[in-house]
Write a protein that binds this ligand. Structure first.
Ligand code: SF4
Ligand code: SF4
Length: 92
């Protein structure tokens, strides 16, 4: 804990609210989005709808930053060109 002086913090607060978590939202994902570069027309609809803004722009397509993507599937639902498939994660 760097910025907060613990002596000023009531001891009945949940410690999760005081310490920055190093967990990334991609750690517990069960499904991941896979973008077809042939189908993607770079309309950015997925970028607009992703609730954590983890769609990344490339030269001619968008793709998900899988470090943060939580696999909710909203991008695949909203893609007007059906360019995103949700694929099951495999233990690696
Ligand atoms: S919404 Fe679909 S077509 Fe549009 S940029 Fe995203 S992946 Fe590509
Ligand atoms: S699956 Fe959810 S979190 Fe991941 S890129 Fe799509 S909308 Fe964003």
């Amino acid at each position: 804990m760097s910025d907060v002086n613990r002596r000023n913090v009531p001891d009945n607060l949940c410690p999760i609210a005081l310490d920055y978590s190093t967990l990334t939202t991609g750690d517990w994902r069960a499904m991941k989005p896979v973008v077809s570069r042939d189908k993607c027309v770079k309309c950015a609809t997925c970028w607009l709808y992703c609730p954590i803004q983890c769609m990344v722009e490339h030269a001619t397509w968008f793709d998900a930053n899988l470090t943060n993507c939580k696999g909710c599937g909203i991008c695949a639902e909203e893609c007007p060109h059906r360019a995103i498939a949700m694929v099951e994660e495999v233990e690696g």
